[in-house]
Design a protein around this ligand. Sequence first.
Ligand code: SAH
Length: 256
Amino acid sequence: MRFDLITIFPEFFAGPLEHGIVRRAREAGIVEVRVQDLRQFTKDRHRTVDDRPFGGGEGMVLKPEPLFEAVESLLGHGVGDASKPGAADPKTAIVLMSAAGKLFNQETARRYAQLERMIFICGRYEGVDERVAEYLATEELSIGDFVLSGGELPAVLVIDAVTRLLPGALGNEASSQNESFSELPSAAPSLRASLASRVSNHTLLDFPHYTRPAEFRGWAVPQVLIGGNHSEVAKWRSAAALEKTRRNRPDLLGKE
Ligand code: SAH
């Protein structure tokens, strides 16, 4: 998978993409990350990337020309002939980070993990000229119902979530299958069936994890986890995941 980031702050990515799973995936050649400085695609002496909004109002807006040029130079061909978005290749997504975009979730991450290339456009200031959303980006994506000051952190977040789903990125392949928002965790078949009927979109939060010491400041690890009975452990984990989902995210369970 190749990730390209288009930004006015190229140094931003020095830290966040150089740790843990993402770092190892880069070293192993599972992902390649390239950062593009938006100012390189300006043509004026001042390397202008932003301008005042038509219609008046606060703040500045990222101009369309450098963004189109940046994406076109990455793709190696022109886009946006005044009618259709720049998609062309179905294995490439051009993602505009935007608080007004569609909400990112694990299902979106799984869809992205099937792609070969993702180009992220990181907004700043008041946002990005709307023609970028309409005619250049294939997706406009939000990471949550809050407003950040730039699209860089959101892009890193998406790269992280997608990378860990790529084959070989996690040391232990099983670990991305039993996580929060994945398919129902492995459980006794009967319990699985009863959970499936109650859980909307077949997602639960992860079950609680414990490690040594078995007793810490008087708080003991649930006895069943220490017993070594695998089917009892699986049952306990499913029930605990359901309980935790009910407590923290009842919206995932729908009506019971
Ligand atoms: N005026 C815009 C916010 C601009 S914030 C609005 O009210 O919707 C500046 C940039 O930060 C945006 O262009 C976008 O790239 C990024 N950004 C802010 N919040 C975001 C979010 N929740 N998800 C994804 N990107 C976000």
